[in-house]
Design a protein around this ligand. Structure first.
Ligand SMILES: Nc1ncnc2c1ncn2[C@@H]1O[C@H](COP(=O)(O)OP(=O)(O)O)[C@@H](O)[C@H]1O
Ligand SMILES: [Mg+2]
Length: 267
């Protein structure tokens, strides 16, 4: 299998658009503009990029960023082998060579000296210097860089520099509105719409607590978990506790408030 085929999104990912993001992304891709997707965790950012990669028929290389990640983890490094050394491309380099969409998930987690390696790929140069190898890689014409980030985790210590931000076009993502979210839950889990709507109501109640003891609301991802548990025969209340309450808080008052909401909704 060639590199390119290995990164193909083979099946159409289920994705319901929230607005006109599909057309806007297609335009950004046609112009090969870098894209940033902002929004809370579990609201559909990654699913959207998978869907777009499928729709545009481009390979997709996803990198989960973390604070231990070095520039070499993205770009590549020499490996020691019995017969000497061998260069191994990192995921960013592979994407630039094969013309993939490179999705750097949670980019703020990466240290700033790591983040700067993407700069020359995001402007007219479209190059990636492989310093250790002494190669200046020119990105494939189909290559595109996409980053995601959660503005909620933003702090003075951890934020993207303006010099990085101002290299991207951006989408603001948020949890889908209630009707759409219920459709998504029903479709992802196979439960019926009415039940899905009740789970969404629990999510909506929890999201109201954001800033009042909760750092972040219940994600669509967790609502899908709850729906999936119900689909597997778990009682709605238990599913809500497992998927929507315990993961997000240990605060007794907040748990109690959520319990009341669950009781009221499934009464
Ligand atoms: N618009 C959407 N269409 C279809 N599924 C969605 C949508 N938004 C969220 N989801 C569901 O929520 C889950 C979490 O979304 P994901 O894209 O992984 O979130 P994140 O924003 O953290 O990348 C997905 O696996 C999918 O089940
Ligand atoms: Mg994601």
């Amino acid at each position: 299998m060639t590199d390119s085929e290995q990164y193909r999104v083979r099946q159409e990912p289920f994705y319901r658009q929230q607005g006109n993001e599909v057309a806007l992304y297609a335009a950004a891709y046609a112009a090969r503009l870098p894209v940033m997707v902002k929004g809370p965790t579990g609201c559909g950012k990654s699913r959207f990029i998978e869907y777009m990669a499928w729709k545009l028929d481009r390979p997709l290389i996803t990198v989960a960023c973390n604070e231990d990640m070095t520039a070499s983890d993205l770009v590549g490094r020499y490996l020691l082998e019995a017969g000497g050394t061998r260069w191994l491309d990192g995921p960013l380099t592979t994407a630039a060579r094969i013309g993939a969409i490179c999705y750097l998930d949670e980019i703020v987690e990466a240290r700033q000296d790591t983040t700067v390696v993407i700069h020359p790929l995001t402007d007219h140069r479209r190059t990636l210097p492989l310093d250790k190898k002494g190669e200046l890689l020119r990105a494939h014409v189909d290559f595109q860089l996409v980053i995601s980030y959660n503005p909620g985790y933003q702090s003075l210590m951890k934020d993207l520099k303006q010099s990085t931000k101002q290299r991207f076009t951006a989408f603001d993502f948020d949890y889908p509105e209630a009707e759409l979210e219920a459709t998504i839950l029903a479709s992802e889990s196979g439960i019926d719409r009415a039940l899905a709507a009740q789970l969404v109501a629990v999510g909506t109640a929890a999201r109201r607590l954001k800033g009042h003891g909760l750092d972040e609301g219940v994600s669509t991802r967790l609502l899908v978990y709850a729906a999936t548990l119900v689909r597997h025969g778990v009682a709605a209340g238990d599913a809500c506790r497992m998927a929507l309450v315990r993961p997000i808080t240990d605060d007794r008052d907040i748990r109690e408030t959520l319990e009341h909401a669950i009781d009221a909704i499934f009464a």
